[in-house]
Design a protein around this ligand. Sequence first.
Ligand code: F6R
Length: 608
Amino acid sequence: MCGIVGYIGHQKATPILIEGLKRLEYRGYDSAGIALVEKEGLIHEKAAGKVKTLEELLINKTFASHIGIAHTRWATHGVPSDLNAHPQVDHTGNIAVVHNGIIENYRTLKEVLERKGYNVISDTDTEIIAHLISMYYEGCLTEAVRMALSQVEGTYAIAVIDSRSPEKVVAARNGAPLLIGQGEGENFVASDVAAILRYTNKVVYIEDKEIATITANDFRISTIEKIDITHKVEEVGWTLEMIEKAGHEYFMHKEIHEQPETLRNAMRGRLNLEEGTVRLNGLTDHLDDLSKIKRIIIIACGTSWHAALIGEYLLEEYAKIPVEVEYASEFRYRSPIIDEGTLVLVISQSGETADTLAAMREAQRRGAKGLGIVNVVGSTIARESDGGVYIHAGPEIGVASTKAFTSQIMVLSLITILLGRMRNISYNMGKEMIEALQSLPEKIQTILDNEEQIKGIAETYYKHNNFLYLGRGVNFPVALEGALKLKEISYIHAEGYPAAEMKHGPIALIYENMPVVVIATRDSIYDKVMSNIAQVKARNGNVIAIATEGDTEIAERVNHVIYIPKIKQCFTPLLAVIPLQLMAYHMAVLRECNVDQPRNLAKSVTVE
Ligand code: F6R
């Protein structure tokens, strides 16, 4: 949610900043801007629209600056416009600020500044920070930032430059991600490692309420209260190749196709076939506690919440532990009952989602152990949780989550086996489950190889404006996820329902030829799902069924069948979701939508 990149060092800043912005664009893409310190002073250029628009604006301009900050925005205060784009500059034109987050007391601060004669011209809360820094400036930028931030309530990651101090970038964070990239004779600041990976994989994570002063050869970090801090430099395992498209038209397409590999990565080194169990290093210190838990609460948002629902099914079915799944945004404002036997599992791809982080902190405040299932290594949830398991899906850049979803389910399956084997599942069952998981990558590949058929179905239906997705049992969350994928990237209205619920209302929506996607795999509730299909057909709806290979019977009862290989029932979501991801993708492409950057959305929702 908003991307920040800053540079200081021996190279020219502009190309590095623009490249960084392009890599961060998935975090926000309604406007972009850059500020540099040139010989003649601070200059800034910004424009509503994508980074490409900013790049075009700069095409005939040459800049010599070796220091600069840049931003790609996801609007919170004020519409996307040139004026509201960042950087925001103070009234003297010396100080430029880029910001990710929300300043909650900005109205009060604005009134104070206006009373003192400052002219606030944009609708952003960020401009307030620029004026505040200016108001406190007495020759030292770091101190002025420190004073300004002591007045600010809310969340922020900021980077600041001042034409009077061209030897430093000042950065600070509270509740939004920010890291320093360490180079040789150059240093970087960024909201995400993707922006700087081309130059360095050595990073230092800035923590909440810390300020960093970054020069070309050094950086110093202190708290807002002025206590010096040292953090260790960490090496990030991601490579440049991992954050590029590798010949695919969109990141989402690449990420869908990566799933056989990402699932292998999620299992690697964790399976113990001989003992019919798994080993999860991030949980080894907690095994004693895990053997005693009586109840699990899983907290997440969006797609991660759908993975949590599948986790609920798995954990209750095999580990026999009662599970509640909560939307993080709701959990944090309730009075959840957490007792000694309650374990809180937090699922987040980015590890930065504000609601999820706040919910985890609330659970920890109430005495719960919070374990994370996270993708981004070093993210805030990963660092603040009491332990957990990385999903190892690699960078997910398409805004719509795909590979992270299947890897989250994989990790939930591994946790189920671990907890199940500590309780009631037999060695044979543990082994059977592991073998089923091992067979997944190849099975997913066969579905991916069938992409042309799925694309054909997308071609038939992409002009429709309403879709219904139905599933039952463990596949009900898959119906929710299929509907979410479609609506978020193609803007087609889609609803997901438990198939049997249809008769309690949604059936009224069915009109002639309305596309209804039904997950109808050969399992214990197959016959019931077939009755639901009959109800749709009786109202002349068109059914697209996701069915089990070899089920010829279903082909006679529906309009289209997409076959998936047979797998142990509890793991069908890992296969059934693949055609739904591909179908949503192709419909979005056919509707000429920007698949990777759907309107109004951003990866990593770091605001409430
Ligand atoms: C949908 C999607 C979102 C995220 C949600 C949580 O495709 O990506 O619904 O799943 O914003 O994000 P994380 O998992 O990063 O906490």
